[in-house]
Design a protein. Structure first.
Length: 140
């Protein structure tokens, strides 16, 4: 388990990743591509559960952040990591529901994912961070 207390993330990069997730999920929904949701599951897993520097979305966001010279505000990482883990669970759920032929429930999860990614990417509102705060208030 890594020490989450001192980890900081660049909020501009986080928002760019969320924007990428939004557009990939939108394309995946439009094309009905389970492959894109499987890739999103893998990328969320890499960002949420490992220290590996191989997340393609994060690499792309860091490149864009450097080129666009967006804000360099550091934020507390554990709520963002929690949100990535929830994103992984949602995308995995979409993939599983696709294979067991429950498209309506998969569509509900797609709407949740699209809304959360849109809010984070375009307005900086992290729904997973709110859930993290609520769970910490309840459990501690």
């Amino acid at each position: 388990m890594r020490n989450n207390k001192k980890i900081q993330l660049n909020e501009g990069v986080v928002q760019l990743v969320a924007t990428e997730v939004f557009f990939l999920a939108l394309i995946g929904t439009y094309w009905n591509s389970i492959f894109l949701f499987a890739l999103l599951t893998l990328d969320f897993f890499i960002r949420g559960f490992t220290n590996l520097p191989i997340s393609l979305l994060k690499i792309g966001a860091q490149f864009l952040n450097a080129k666009l010279l967006t804000k360099h505000k550091m934020v507390f990482a554990p709520p963002k990591l929690f949100a990535a883990r929830i994103g992984c669970i949602i995308c995995f759920g979409i993939v599983v529901l696709y294979f067991i032929k429950w498209p309506l429930l998969a569509s509900v999860l797609k709407i949740v994912l699209l809304n959360c990614a849109f809010l984070e990417g375009f307005f900086g509102i992290c729904m997973g961070c709110y859930a993290y705060q609520i769970l910490n208030t309840i459990t501690f």
